[in-house]
Design a protein around this ligand. Sequence first.
Ligand code: FAD
Ligand code: EPU
Length: 344
Amino acid sequence: MKSLRPYNTFGFDVSARDIVLMHGIEDYLRCVRDSGPRLILGGGSDVLLSEDFPGTVYVMASRGITVERKTADYAVVRFAAGESWKETVEWCLGCGLSGIENLALIPGTCGAAPVQNIGAYGREFADICEYVEIMHEDGTCERLPPEKCGFSYRMSRFKSDLSGCLITAVGLRLSRSFVPHIGYKALQCLGEKRDLSALDVYDKILELRGDRLPDPARIGNAGCFFQNPVIDREKAAELQRRFPEMPQFEFGSLVKVPAGWLIDKAGLKGFEHERAAVWSKQALVLVNRGGARPQEVLDLAGIVTDRVRERYGIELQPEVRIADSRGFVDPKSPLRRSGTGRGH
Ligand code: FAD
Ligand code: EPU
């Protein structure tokens, strides 16, 4: 068995029968044709690997950046799936290409960015996506335009009907003239700045993220453990009556509420359970305080979910993809708790 510790940002010491780093087409074909148990990983920054895996873990490691088209207004650039997202943002800004700056410092790979349609500070992957390049399970390749990717909040077809395919590259459409996207509350202060640039937005986001989010190199975590719940207007109105200070955001015909606020105001910010904890600066993040077993984080997630359900009548859904010895678990299935069997 081989250790997966370097391949998951929670730092869990679980193993796989084999680990294959994918650098190009031959590795991709091996991955999609593997009929045994298999898992695909990028940087492992959005997964909770809960137990040893009896199959092969394929880790995307391909590199390559190609400028495919350039006009007076924009450039389309292809990034191989194994390119680091954080470095991609820095590369674009260094070339004078913008539109991506609000997504600075998100860990992981370019290939994983479409999977949950990464988002931060009012922007998401879908906003700059020109195409997603995929290899199907039969080895055929296709470039999907964004309208065929089913993007919505933390969702895409790569989590549903296309979950078996491999993302081999992404094409980004980047702007050659900077248009600020500073509507997000924490960015609005930038509106007062003269000659605002993409680098100013980038710097502000570095500051905000540094204040709130733990660095996985020091404290194991996978970012926000839960998604922000989306509820109907009737439920939102009931909650607003009971909790007048609760922030609520329009979300089409529905309402999005910040799970971090729900957990925080339920008194769980900083709460510790064995070697796992709710992060003291951002209650949506669960951390490995050092040496935690995956089950300790799962049990903590269960405690948080129960408290939020009891207090607000809202069922939290994990954002983090949970895998067990059979592969990724259905996100809607109950969390597996100590002593309660498999739970799915
Ligand atoms: P992994 O965790 O390795 O994989 C995630 C999922 O994608 C898995 O289901 C995997 O099978 C699948 N996958 C990965 N690569 C491929 C591929 N090439 N083809 C097919 N499937 C693939 N996310 C946000 O949206 N916004 C944030 O602000 C944010 N902040 C974060 C902050 C911290 C400190 C951390 C640790 C995480 C944060 N995340 C955030 C979550 C995470 O960084 C993103 O979801 C990221 O895109 C995951 O990339 P990865 O390469 O690590 O994917
Ligand atoms: N809040 C609290 N207490 C907390 C955390 C948040 O009261 O402990 C409140 C804040 O005061 C604010 C609201 O909740 O009113 C929203 O907080 P914040 O702006 O920090 O954003 P979030 O909804 O908690 C989301 C994403 C993050 C992303 C940030 C910035 C999800 C699940 N999370 O967090 O993404 O970086 O917005 O846009 O949508 C991730 O997905 O891993 C992630 C880090």
